[in-house]
Design a protein around this ligand. Sequence first.
Ligand code: NAP
Length: 322
Amino acid sequence: MQVSEIAYGNWITHGSQVEEEQATACVRAALDLGITSFDTADVYAGTRAEEVLGRALRGQRRAGLEIFTKVYWPTGPGRNDRGLSRKHIMESIHGSLRRLQTDYVDVYQAHRYDYATLLEEMMQAFADIVHAGKAHYIGVSEWKASEIRAAYELARELNIQLVSNQPQYSMIWRVIEAEVVPTCEELGVGQIVWSPMAQGVLSGKYLPGQPPPAGSRATDEKSGKDFIARLMHDDVLTRVQELKPVAEQAGLTMPQLAIAWVLQNPNVSAAIVGATRPEQLRDNVKAVGVKLDAEVMKAVDAALDPVVQRDPALTESPAQRP
Ligand SMILES: NC(=O)c1ccc[n+]([C@@H]2O[C@H](COP(=O)([O-])OP(=O)(O)OC[C@H]3O[C@@H](n4cnc5c(N)ncnc54)[C@H](OP(=O)(O)O)[C@@H]3O)[C@@H](O)[C@H]2O)c1
């Protein structure tokens, strides 16, 4: 299966930060711009994000879309409304399919590793879902290299394909490069990366020492503000400003530079971008097909080096189910 180089994801936005009309306008814009891959999760906006995406995609030719969703984070108050037990995986896929108004998802992803469940149990449940035609492929998210390898081998034994990993990856968050990427290259597993713009920080719109622009994620009281907080430090924001001349010289906007940068990694199959407005998507898709030359790559490193995270130990799942 092929995916669009840029996928549109709806974490924080659909069912929460933006009204449904605007969410639908973003999905329409994505489709008009050639984006065919859409990423969501059962947990986003307390399950409302899948509903919004399902309504926005209604009437589209299903075979022309690649829809990815995920399971792991809590979707209800009960102790079995979370994790990767067979019980929860089975209940969650049915909820997701109902909310997305589709008979199958293209990639069903384990949203983290669940240390309370045997890998054999998780993989058997995923295999049964694939064999029942409710998902075509499986993927994982934020799993360590050793976990991906073990799951990949079990998937082969169960006659299903583990095709992708969904990690955080951006110019400032490079923790997959040392271990996850080499392992996945060897196995033939692609990265479908999240927050390629570091939640908007790499767009350069957040200025050090100044309040965030109105309507941006950093002002979203529902959940966005809390999630972006860990990136909103003046040392990061100051360094990011140094990318402005680099982007200008490359003939790109800052968001385009950030997205093009992750797409230079040959193991990256797609960058999942978020967007609160159609014009952001129109800006962002221009990163497709851009080749950054060695000088630009060097200038990015020189600007950001002190604030880049590279430690592979930062790829982690909760020690206990949330
Ligand atoms: N697997 C996981 O654990 C995991 C975790 C997080 C995300 N994800 C996936 O990855 C997707 C993307 O994550 P993300 O939303 O953090 O990605 P991102 O692309 O780094 O950030 C997107 C946000 O940046 C701002 N933005 C986008 N384009 C812009 C532009 N051209 N100019 C200025 N600002 C712009 C928008 O926020 P404002 O307009 O509000 O500022 C937008 O919502 C999610 O939707 C989800 O599907 C997965």
